[in-house]
Design a protein around this ligand. Structure first.
Ligand code: ADP
Length: 256
């Protein structure tokens, strides 16, 4: 029997990307809705975490807090070491643009812009040089296997390809965290598998992933899984076995 070290050196652990401590969100009304109750959650660099729960359990509320789209009613939220709950909106917007990449169920691509233009536009806040933006957008599209479709309009791409463009757009600023909301919700199951395979490969290459989903098959891909129910994050359900069996990158591209 091996005992866990009593006091593991802090440096053994990857750095903390975000931490929610005793966070609650209450929507006003009569009665008020306690959408998130005393949530504690830590995400470290390189994590692959899914948050799973039924409709109405508080997933969107949590996503909005993690993505700096809303503020907690109580508790603290630190992102990359910065306590963000009380920051002015302008600073939160800047932090969101630099630190977080979003992937939504709806791809939200601009229809009259090419794949590369859609990705390049995400860097408007980061660099003023169009040539730099184009180069970074090309790199990001190559990362998701779309280097050959740089100039395609979204209407000429399949659903899976559109989601890959959206993933490239989310990655292009090299965020600390990729925050995915039902990333396969608009895809058929075969295409969903290829998108989840891609997310798995990106995680294996170091991208920190938080995936919010109601779909158990999507949730099963992650190494860490938490369940949210009636606004409460249940005790963390660690799945170390998922690393080998359920992690597509390690099962395929990551295999020696
Ligand atoms: P999920 O994403 O898991 O479906 P939500 O986070 O959207 O859950 O909702 C959690 C609870 O908060 C639900 O009871 C929902 O009706 C309520 N809720 C969500 N947004 C608001 C809002 N803006 N005002 C009042 N109640 C809300």
């Amino acid at each position: 029997m091996t005992a866990a070290p009593a006091d593991p050196a802090p440096s053994d652990e990857p750095p903390v990307v975000l931490r929610l401590a005793d966070c609650s969100k209450t929507y006003p009304g009569s009665p008020p809705v306690h959408a998130l109750r005393s949530a504690d959650l830590t995400v470290r660099a390189g994590d692959y975490l899914t948050v799973v729960g039924p409709s109405g359990s508080g997933k969107s509320t949590l996503l909005n807090l993690l993505g700096l789209l809303d503020r907690p009613t109580a508790g603290t939220f630190t992102l990359a070491g910065v306590d963000v709950a009380g920051l002015p909106e302008r600073e939160r917007t800047a932090l969101r643009g630099r630190r977080i990449g979003f992937v939504f169920q709806e791809f939200h691509l601009l229809p009259y812009r090419t794949a590369r233009e859609n990705v390049a536009l995400a860097q408007l806040y980061v660099t003023g040089r169009a040539a730099d933006r184009d180069r970074a957008a090309t790199d990001a599209l190559e990362r998701v296997g779309l280097g050959h479709r740089l100039h395609a309009l979204p209407t000429t791409l399949s659903g899976g390809e559109r989601q890959r463009v959206a993933i490239a757009r989310a990655l292009v600023n090299e965020p600390d965290l990729l925050l995915c909301d039902e990333p396969t919700g608009n895809l058929d199951s075969a295409t969903a598998t290829t998108v989840m395979d891609l997310l798995g490969r990106l995680n294996a290459a170091g991208v920190t992933l938080v995936v919010i989903t109601h779909d158990p098959a999507v949730a099963a891909r992650a190494r860490r899984r938490v369940t949210i129910l009636d606004g409460r994050i249940l005790a963390p359900d660690e799945h170390p076995g998922a690393t080998a069996a359920g992690h597509p990158a390690l099962g395929k591209a990551g295999a020696p």
